[in-house]
Design a protein around this ligand. Sequence first.
Ligand code: FES
Length: 147
Amino acid sequence: MSFNNLDTLYRQVIMDHYKNPRNRGSLEDESVTIDMNNPTCGDRIELHLQIKDGIVEDAKFEGEGCSISMSSASMMTQAIKGQQVDDAMNMSSIFSKMMLGEDVEDIDLDLGDIEALQGVSKFPARIKCATLAWKAMEKAVANEEQQ
Ligand code: FES
């Protein structure tokens, strides 16, 4: 597939998650909720995670933001649901590397739709948009571990 076709495919994946967000909403008995905003624009995400026995049993999000931040939240919740907390954190560090433009081709975890966001690394102003949901997840896990 040519780079142009790949770009088009990635754009379509991002817009699909933006227009049809997965896991949007709240949880009735969530174990942890984190409110986080992007200080550069004020957009915000409220992330709800249900963590039990070291597993992310459920993940949902609310909030308002640009297509990158909301699609990233949709992809992130989809990716971490059902995962061990350690694997979710591992994905987060891989995603950070991806945003730094590092090559993440050789990793064991299946990133699924998240790969569509790799082009964001070329636009430094948008990296905070893409990492907002992941930072919220990291903070939620840290809070949960303190409880
Ligand atoms: Fe605000 Fe992207 S412009 S999160």
